[in-house]
Design a binder for this molecule. Sequence first.
Ligand code: FE2
Length: 283
Amino acid sequence: MKLIHITDTHLVEPGRRLYGLDPKARLDAAIADINRHHADAELAVVTGDLTHWGEVGAYRSFLHTMNALCLPYVVLVGNHDRRIACLDVLPAAPRDGHGFVQGWRDTRRGRLLFFDTLDETSHAGQMCERRLAWAGRALADAPTDRPIYLFMHHPPFEIGVHMMDRIALAERSAFAELIKLHRTRIRHLFFGHVHRPISGSWMGIPFSTLRGTNHQVWFDLSPDAPHLTSHEPPAYAVVLIADETVVVHNHDYLDSSPRFPFSMPGVAERTFALGPPPEWQAR
Ligand SMILES: [Fe+2]
């Protein structure tokens, strides 16, 4: 099964730029690339910060772009989103009985669980009592013979980038206690928020996240590092799920660096490799 993971698209009102970049144009390019190369994917999941300021016009702009995607997709909310505007404009937003943007989807590889970690008063993540209770039921009700995949905006642990750790999930202890009860069935955790390509494991659960499609967060682990954004390249992830593996490819879809074969017929391999780069192929 192939999935697409997109995150932190940060759309603004049409025609505006954000930190010097055009978020809609960059999302348009991601969608075109996915349609061209991954039309066989089963689903795309956008893990929040769909817009930068939660404006209705920005959600409409997001919807306009996503309407071009040739796959079904699900959206989650992040700290830059506004729940009601998101739910009003985007049919791809799941909704639970309390109005939170969360739900699940069963696939032939198991259950995908989507959590709402938005706190509209803070950039930190939140899992209030009602959402923790919902998550507990969703995990307990999942078929016991099928794996589970988690999707959320905020990481439920610290990643070492100081300024992002200050706005991670606030209730991470309570969330960890809940997840511990089910961790043997959870194959992977996908999140956004940090605008960085990171992978590892948390309580034995593999995780991955990736750059957003607009701006990024600069990599600096020093405790007094300033909170800097950057124009590092945007990415989306292609997730390949099989019986024994979950493989996550991060793809810098706007990369335009030279690409060419490792060898050329009639030229000694060493001579070719040590020579000047050949004219790179038009894509
Ligand atoms: Fe973000």
